[in-house]
Design a protein around this ligand. Structure first.
Ligand SMILES: Nc1ncnc2c1ncn2[C@@H]1O[C@H](COP(=O)(O)OP(=O)(O)OP(=O)(O)O)[C@@H](O)[C@H]1O
Ligand SMILES: [Mg+2]
Length: 378
């Protein structure tokens, strides 16, 4: 059985070619020797050539020129050059340009040459394996991205489908309550309580579905905002007012420090969503009697907003993860946290769309500060 050609040797001296044939005769790879550079180049095509060894001085074509043609045909080949002592300097450019892997001194030592060629073949195989692995990983990544997109589309469409029947239920519930208001005795106190529970639960479900739809909408490349000029302090005050009842209910102390007026270009509804998410987290994760702080200041061209609490805090390892979709810090003591884990993912996207950034700082047991920065008007 003939061996596949993995090595080509080009030299104008027949006795050198014969010596090479003898040297490599017992190797697993096949060797093609020739004194014709065109034949050597032709052999590169159609064979799995890993190593090419060429003489430096030849009448028709110089070894460096030949190897650079080999490189053009198949850049992966390991190219080596037979050189005499005087040729080393001249071959330097070719080495620097990556055309040559090794120089082999003439006359050579058989054992050394064998070892060098075996190593070159091993290296070639290793590089090829790496390349294949890289391509495979890339293909897998493309596949994963496709699957991820499919999953996102699925969740988005399911969420959308859920909204319609849920809205109907909420309207019917509202009508029942209006009917009862006109005739309160027709329902027992227990029934009133049940209706309130249903109404709260449907409200929560609706908020979750809205968040789900939002998170996908914000990720879509077509999503844009409609920024208007707005005073940061007003936007903050609006959301604080909306949260006041929950803050009071938990007997939390609120410290507000809004400083000098700062104007920004923001989408007020989206910006409100950010503040609302951060404030509701601060309320949710802070025990009764704790403190919540809201502050705003200018730092150069940026507005810096801080929402601070004296709540349970977040471990350092979770400080970035909490901005991932659905990530919620596991709590063994209090059970599963309330909510979907989408609030901060939505916040980060909205802030990013506005050209800003958000991060969290925290100490377990002491509290957490969410800091976000947005470009401010000069
Ligand atoms: N102020 C905070 N103090 C302590 N932990 C917090 C605070 N804010 C967020 N976290 C942690 O980060 C997680 C993710 O917050 P995020 O707002 O994204 O989701 P959520 O509040 O759990 O649910 P959702 O906002 O969707 O209703 C929370 O579950 C909680 O573990
Ligand atoms: Mg939240």
């Amino acid at each position: 059985m003939t061996k596949p050609i993995n090595m080509i040797i080009l030299d104008d001296e027949v006795n050198i070619l014969n010596a090479c044939m003898r040297l490599f005769i017992n190797e697993q790879f096949g060797v093609f020797v020739t004194s014709d550079s065109q034949k050597a180049l032709a052999a590169i095509e159609g064979n799995d050539v890993k190593v090419v060894l060429s003489d430096y001085r030849m009448p028709a074509l110089s070894g460096v020129e030949f190897l650079s043609q080999v490189k053009a045909k198949n850049p992966a080949t390991m190219r080596m050059l037979f050189t005499g002592y005087a040729d080393v300097e001249m071959a330097e450019d070719a080495i620097n340009q990556g055309e040559i892997y090794r120089l082999i001194d003439k006359p050579w030592n058989d054992d050394e040459l064998l070892m060098t060629v075996r190593e070159a073949i091993k290296l070639f195989d290793l590089r090829r394996e790496n390349e294949l692995l890289f391509v495979k990983t890339q293909q897998q990544n493309v596949e994963l991205k496709k699957l991820d997109k499919l999953k996102d589309d699925f969740v988005a469409s399911i969420s959308h489908e859920l909204r319609t029947p849920l809205n109907t239920m909420m309207i019917v519930l509202e009508n029942i309550k209006i009917g009862i208001a006109g005739n309160p005795e027709s329902f027992s106190p227990k029934m009133h309580e049940y209706l309130d529970i249903i109404q709260r639960s449907t409200g929560r479900l609706r908020a979750m579905i809205d968040d789900l739809l939002d998170v996908f909408k914000l990720e879509s490349p077509e999503f844009t905002i409609s920024p208007v000029r707005a005073k940061l302090q007003d936007l903050m005050n609006n959301e604080i007012a909306a949260m006041q009842a929950q803050i009071d209910e938990k007997k939390l102390k609120l410290e507000v420090n809004l400083g000098e007026d700062i104007y920004l270009q923001v989408d007020p509804r989206r910006f409100g969503q950010v503040i609302m998410n951060l404030l509701s987290n601060a309320v949710k994760f802070t025990d009764t009697g704790g403190r919540i702080g809201v502050s705003v200041e200018r730092a150069g061209t940026e507005a810096v907003c801080r929402i601070t609490d004296t709540g349970k805090g977040i471990e350092t390892k979770d400080l970035e993860l909490i901005f991932d979709r659905f990530y919620q810090v596991a709590t063994t003591r209090e059970g599963k946290p309330q909510g979907t884990g989408l609030g901060l993912a939505i916040c980060r996207k909205i802030i990013a769309i506005h050209g800003g950034s958000i991060h969290a700082e925290s100490e377990i047991g002491k509290g957490t500060t969410f800091v976000f920065k947005l470009p401010a008007e000069g």
